[in-house]
Design a protein around this ligand. Structure first.
Ligand code: ADP
Ligand code: MG
Length: 262
């Protein structure tokens, strides 16, 4: 095995008590690794801590313990100036492209902003060409650049969000339920787009989903989360075919149930 690209060690996040409720230990010491070029699936039911994990990796959530490494850099302790220089290296695709795209910016403006995150950013004509190249790459027409997010379908908006995440030239992309808000007929198209970009750009993905079927479709390895802990991780095929933990077996059984009911 090569060294991990992303290494998460004993990560802890607790949300303080609110309005008479007990504190929530959203992450209780999570350790996972993503190797270069792989798709690491993170699966678990709603509330298991998946988004908190994603947000911690993106520095959108402060952590209470543990460490995150990006190659040889201790990513979780970067001071703000160093983080600004390196932020492009880890990007995120959110579940809801409607909420994550600024409705007041044209697609060109949104993508131009992403281009500014790059350490060596193209300007002027080169920037315009780069943006048009990206629209084409993610399967959108050239005239999309002048338009606004509300003029697109959910799938198209997710294509825009994917371009925005990849334009900074990240090494790691964290995709938190990237197709969960989309029609089933569109889900495979978007995952296929992500997979072709992964191959072309040698990206490492953390693919977060509550849907075991989607993990089976795309992930190389998988970590199963339950109530803030990873209960099982390994090769995706092995975990899905021969789950060792009772919780994974339950998840698989309930996924099979749902299929029968459709
Ligand atoms: P998942 O993405 O797997 O559904 P989350 O990471 O969103 O899970 O949530 C994990 C737990 O942390 C849940 O119990 C959730 O209610 C709680 N939680 C998440 N964000 C916050 C927050 N900002 N404040 C308080 N509790 C939170
Ligand atoms: Mg979530």
């Amino acid at each position: 095995m090569p060294d991990p690209r992303l290494r998460i060690e004993d990560l802890r996040v607790t949300f303080p008590a609110r309005a008479g409720r007990a504190p929530v230990e959203a992450l209780k010491g999570v350790s996972v690794e993503a190797y270069p070029g792989e798709v690491l699936g993170i699966v678990g039911e709603s509330g298991s801590g998946k988004s908190t994990l994603a947000r911690s990796v993106l520095h959108l959530q402060a952590i209470d313990g543990g460490r995150i490494w990006l190659d040889d850099t201790e990513w979780s302790t970067l001071v703000p100036a160093a983080l600004r220089r390196q932020r492009h290296a880890v990007q995120m695709v959110f579940q809801d492209p409607h909420a994550s795209l600024n409705p007041r910016l044209t697609i060109r403006e949104t993508l131009a902003e992403a281009l500014r995150c790059r350490p060596q950013r193209p300007r002027g004509k080169a920037a315009r060409q780069e943006i048009e190249g990206w629209l084409d790459r993610v399967g959108l027409p050239k005239d999309a650049a002048q338009r606004y997010p509300h003029e697109f379908s959910g799938g198209q908006r997710q294509r825009i969000a994917i371009a925005r995440a990849l334009i900074p030239q990240p090494q790691v992309v964290v995709a938190d339920e990237p197709v969960s808000a989309l029609d089933v007929s569109i889900q495979a198209q978007i995952l296929n787009l992500l997979e072709s970009l992964r191959q072309e750009l040698d990206l490492t993905f953390v693919f977060i989903t509550h849907d075991l079927e989607l993990v089976g479709y795309w992930a190389d390895r998988v970590a199963v989360m339950r109530r803030g802990e990873v209960v099982e991780q390994g090769d995706a095929e092995a975990v899905l075919q021969r789950p060792q933990h009772a919780y994974t077996q339950e998840l698989l059984a309930s996924a099979a149930d749902k299929r029968v009911r459709y």
